[in-house]
Design a protein around this ligand. Structure first.
Ligand SMILES: Nc1nc2c(c(=O)[nH]1)N[C@H]1C(S)=C(S)[C@@H](COP(=O)(O)OP(=O)(O)OC[C@H]3O[C@@H](n4cnc5c(N)ncnc54)[C@H](O)[C@@H]3O)O[C@H]1N2
Ligand code: MOO
Length: 415
């Protein structure tokens, strides 16, 4: 008997990994760049490769506080005559001579004619008579001009995000300003008649709008420029106007709420009328009703209203998009295997991102436990976590002691 397709089978939801591929196909890196002053460069993405206009280090200098001398003079014995000093910022200006030495400090220029430094702990000093213990080799304790990078050598590549180390590297080569890609502009708003701004009283049935604040936090971490359009009521015309305003002013529009199937869930409907929906609903928990599309020239990401769902879908789906638009390379998440502490509940069907705490036990094993209740409205499950426990689509309940896959939070989600 031949196998027949089940006519009652529900269409299966798209796997989030497939969704990421589809999303990334829809955006291109911004091709606009601008110069920024170095103090404002943190978090920005380099638009071009950067070469050093100087040798690094720019001159031979001492790695130790001690004495500079000529290594070959050691063939005449260990006694040297002190003829001067070289301090950082105040080089020795005299002439190097046979069997002479110069007092030298860390970072100070090694005077021309000398080639080796011995640290002061290995030197005996009697007035100007200095006895130097022979170091292992010529050039000991000298940091040679250009040994790190030669003038004209590449120090940073286009597509590098400027972090603390890069700020320092840029300063080391004297770059007072730097060419970076334009920041992606993201306009966002929350939808929902139940939402009240912080600072107001709650009437029965109302809650505070928290998603706009977590989204703002995520956008700040992603180093994009954001436009907060506030809370929009559950009214199709208000949502339409917000969409038009957002898409006219931003590269990306993010909304929270109204993407499910309720009678007041207008986000998807208005997007359908004003733009286009590339896909809607994924096999992800939390975050199933995530919607993606385009409105005008802007990309659209509709995050589900449940607070954890909006954070998880931002992290897994929006953040890779923002990275690509900013010109950053896609980095595969670092996945670890950890031993589960406690039993874990799961229905097969969707890939789940449970919130966990990753730690090491006394035996050095990596362990993980869930942060209590995992409801998609329980935002404290996120704030207590330092990782996601990723459970495959068809996985069910998982017992204590099982090895599970864990994704530690990166800088976007971590403090
Ligand atoms: N019949 C069905 N109902 C629901 C389904 C479904 O498949 N069939 N999916 C559920 C899932 S999964 C999710 S996730 C939610 C998402 O719904 P929406 O995106 O339409 O979001 P809302 O209905 O507007 O709100 C859901 C929930 O989150 C609260 N919320 C909304 N915005 C905020 C905010 N800015 N700050 C804090 N909390 C917010 C809202 O009050 C609701 O409690 O739909 C399920 N339903
Ligand atoms: O998929 Mo929803 O985000 O679980 O509540």
């Amino acid at each position: 008997m031949s196998m027949q397709a089940d006519p009652c089978a529900k269409p299966s939801l798209m796997h989030p990994d497939e969704a990421i591929i589809k999303l990334l196909e829809q955006v291109r890196p911004l091709d606009e760049s601008e110069m920024v002053q170095l103090p404002h460069a943190l978090g920005r993405v380099l638009a071009e490769d950067l070469a050093s206009s100087i040798d690094l280090p720019p001159f031979d200098n001492s790695a130790m506080d001690g004495y500079a001398f000529r290594f070959e003079d050691l063939t005449q014995g260990n006694r040297f005559t002190l003829i001067g000093q070289s301090f950082a910022g105040h080089p020795f200006e005299g002439e190097a001579g046979a069997n002479t030495c110069v007092r030298i400090m860390t970072g100070a220029p090694v005077p021309p004619g000398y080639d080796t430094v011995q640290m002061q702990e290995k030197v005996e000093v009697d007035g100007d008579n200095i006895v130097i213990e022979a170091p292992k080799a010529l050039g000991a304790n000298v940091r040679r001009r250009g040994e790190e990078v030669k003038m004209g050598g590449k120090v940073l590549c286009a597509g590098t995000q400027i972090g603390a180390a890069e700020m320092g590297v840029l300063a080391t080569i004297g770059a007072s300003q730097v060419r970076v890609t334009r920041q992606v502009k993201v306009a966002f708003f929350s939808t929902g008649d139940e939402l009240r701004p912080v600072g107001s009283e709650l009437a029965p049935g109302q809650i505070y709008d928290s998603n706009r604040y977590s989204i703002q936090g995520l956008l700040s971490r992603a180093n994009v420029e954001w436009i907060d359009l506030g809370v929009i009521e559950d009214d199709p015309e208000a949502i339409r106007a917000a969409f038009r305003n957002a898409s006219a002013n931003a590269d990306m529009v993010i909304t929270s709420g109204g993407v499910s199937v309720g009678d007041a869930d207008f986000t998807k409907q208005i997007l359908d009328e004003e733009g286009e929906i590339t896909f809607w609903k994924l096999a992800i928990k939390p975050g199933k009703p995530f919607a993606f599309g385009r409105i005008g020239d802007a990309v659209f990401c509709g995050l589900p209203g449940n607070p954890v769902s909006s954070m998880v879908t931002f992290y897994k789906l929006v953040w890779p998009l923002l990275n690509k638009m900013q010109g950053l390379p896609q980095v595969k998440p670092l996945l670890l295997r950890a031993k589960l502490k406690g039993n874990l509940r799961k229905f097969p069907g969707r890939v789940e991102y449970q919130r966990g705490v990753l730690s090491q036990n006394a035996q050095g094993e990596t362990e993980v436990s869930v942060t209590g209740g995992q409801g998609s409205g329980m935002l404290t499950s996120m704030s207590l976590a330092n990782c996601f426990i990723i459970l495959a689509q068809e996985q069910g309940d998982t017992p204590d002691g099982s090895l599970v896959t864990v994704e530690p939070f990166n800088s976007v989600l971590a403090l």
